[in-house]
Design a protein around this ligand. Structure first.
Ligand SMILES: Cc1cc2nc3c(=O)[nH]c(=O)nc-3n(C[C@H](O)[C@H](O)[C@H](O)COP(=O)(O)OP(=O)(O)OC[C@H]3O[C@@H](n4cnc5c(N)ncnc54)[C@H](O)[C@@H]3O)c2cc1C
Length: 496
């Protein structure tokens, strides 16, 4: 019998787990080494005083890519995970206390939009039909595709279709073409902050995220987002894969410009035919690969690549019903532009933070002790490249958030917090090896999108590949799941 080719995957994030499952199905012998005790990477969990906190991603969209991963492996996602569609999707509260509840139920959304501007429903339908078309074009031509040559990326026909939809303008300008009210412009552009890029810098193509939310729905995996990590871990194990946790890889081993395996943190050498890095791409180039080879990731050196912003997280276990709040809520600050300039340009901590809250216990009370709630708060902040006093800044931001929630709902949460934990960009760096503590990996400006994003294959070292948020198509669970599909297609092609 022919011996199976062995492959080591560095990291059990969503990218590593989805790749492992597909590779096992293709007959590879797969071992994952994960430095942390739990799988899932950024999609992780902290259990404290009976509260189960999801630590990273909270909104699940474009679920077809997950179904596809399971069915590719001959399994059904529904046997591993219960997905619940949220209705409504989320509520946005502006600084003037107006709110809008975003729903995939379009007649309901239309009524909400009317509250802001009577012309808004008509503007929305024009916008929605254009972003739906942009999603359709980019999904087939730009997102779900490996690139070797620039000419493959610039397909004249789809490129000109995207141009006709203003797909290459900046997201903020693009949204302003449809909507006149400042609040509506914010409503349809703030999402890019959660990809770690300012709407003033993001290409308009990222408006597809708002299509993904409204057009494809927002989903919640029962048991919390961490259940997705567990489901993928089970899938890998069911297919015969090995996952070794609490084990960090120190170096990728190379001989004659070919990978030969890895050196673990316990100084043990493990041989393999192929190495796939799910660890952050820039970190992998800078720390796991020999520096003397002067790698260029696609056509730039790793240190020339730009990191996205980050996130400061507060996980509160509260003894409060949190009435009037939904499963997902967004609070935008008074000076939206200044908030973005602080995070993305001057890289200072936000003086008046915008933030997002996630209360999974609204849908799934079992995540907290009886009658209590989980309140997860994500504040977009700069990555660690800025010069900030984090200890002082965290206290100030915490106080400002509690004060904003008091002004919105007249509740004094400080008395109801039973347990709490803060998660900072420093922890993104130390726990998950994310360069500059960027929660979202490489940023998504034009020159780091599509073909221009670092490729998932090394052009200098044979049998070395990359998967995850910092290669293409980009960050977020759906894109990372697709990145696994794309890298596995490459590995299969290279090993035919
Ligand atoms: C706060 C936050 C909120 C988010 N919200 C959303 C959301 O709502 N919806 C959404 O779709 N996406 C969201 N995202 C983005 C999404 O979580 C990420 O894009 C995705 O989880 C990244 O997966 P990955 O596999 O690329 O990398 P990671 O999750 O970073 O996995 C990489 C793994 O490699 C391990 N590793 C690193 N170095 C080594 C080493 N030397 N040896 C062994 N192991 C190593 C790490 O420990 C980690 O487990 C959010 C991210 C964050 C941080």
């Amino acid at each position: 019998m022919k011996k199976k080719k062995s492959i080591i995957i560095i990291g059990a994030g969503i990218g590593g787990l989805c790749s492992a499952a597909r590779l096992l199905k293709e007959g590879f012998d797969v071992t994952i080494y994960e430095k942390e005790p739990l799988v899932g990477g950024r999609a992780n969990r902290i259990v404290q005083d009976g509260y189960k906190f999801d630590t990273g991603p909270t909104l699940l969209m474009m679920t077809d890519v997950l179904y596809d991963t399971f069915s590719y492996c001959g399994k059904n996602l529904d046997d591993y995970l219960e997905l619940i569609q949220l209705e409504p999707n989320y509520r946005v509260t502006f600084s003037d206390h107006t709110t809008i509840t975003v729903s995939s139920n379009l007649p309901k959304l239309q009524e909400e939009l009317k509250k802001i501007d009577p012309k808004a429903p008509e503007q929305f339908y024009r916008y929605f039909s254009d972003v739906a078309e942009m999603y359709r074009i980019s999904r087939g031509k730009f997102i779900d595709k490996n690139f070797d040559k620039l000419s493959e990326f610039i397909s004249i026909r789809s490129g000109s279709k995207l141009l006709s939809k203003r797909g290459l303008s900046k997201l903020w300008n693009f949204v302003g073409y449809y909507f006149k009210d400042e609040r509506l412009k914010q409503l349809f552009s703030f999402q890019s902050m959660y990809l770690g890029v300012s709407p003033y810098e993001a290409p308009a193509i990222y408006s597809v995220v708002s299509y993904m939310e409204t057009g494809l729905g927002i989903w919640y995996p029962k048991g919390g987002m961490y259940s997705l990590s567990i489901a993928l871990e089970k899938l890998v194990k069911d297919l015969g894969g090995k996952i070794v946790t609490n084990t960090s890889v120190q170096k990728v081993l190379i001989e004659d410009k070919k990978t030969t395996g890895v050196l673990l943190d316990n100084d043990k050498i493990v041989k393999s035919n192929i190495v796939l890095c799910n660890s952050d791409l820039v970190y992998s180039y800078q720390k796991l690969l020999p520096s003397d080879l002067n790698y260029k990731s696609n056509f730039r050196k790793p240190e020339q690549l730009k990191q996205a912003s980050s996130a400061l997280l507060f996980y509160f276990g509260v003894d409060h019903p949190l009435d009037n709040m939904l499963h997902h809520n967004v609070y935008l600050c008074k000076d939206f532009k200044n908030n973005l300039e602080e995070i993305f340009d001057s890289k200072t901590l936000p003086s008046d933070p915008s933030f997002y809250t996630y209360i999974p216990t609204k849908t799934d009370p079992d995540l907290a002790p009886k009658g209590k709630n989980i309140l997860y708060i994500l504040v977009p902040v700069p990555n660690l490249e800025g010069n900030n006093d984090w200890d002082k800044g965290i206290k100030t931001i915490r106080a400002k958030i509690l004060s904003r929630l008091k002004s919105e709902y007249d509740i004094d949460l400080s008395k109801s917090i039973k347990t709490e934990r803060v998660f900072t960009p420093h922890e993104f760096e130390s726990k998950f090896n994310l360069t500059s503590g960027s929660a979202f990996g490489l940023t998504h400006h034009f020159l780091q999108s599509g073909y221009f994003r670092p490729h998932n294959i090394s052009r200098k070292i044979k049998n070395l590949y990359f998967v995850g948020a910092s290669t293409y198509p980009g960050g977020g669970i759906p894109m990372v799941t697709l990145s696994a599909k794309l890298v596995v297609e490459r590995i299969i092609d290279d090993n035919k």
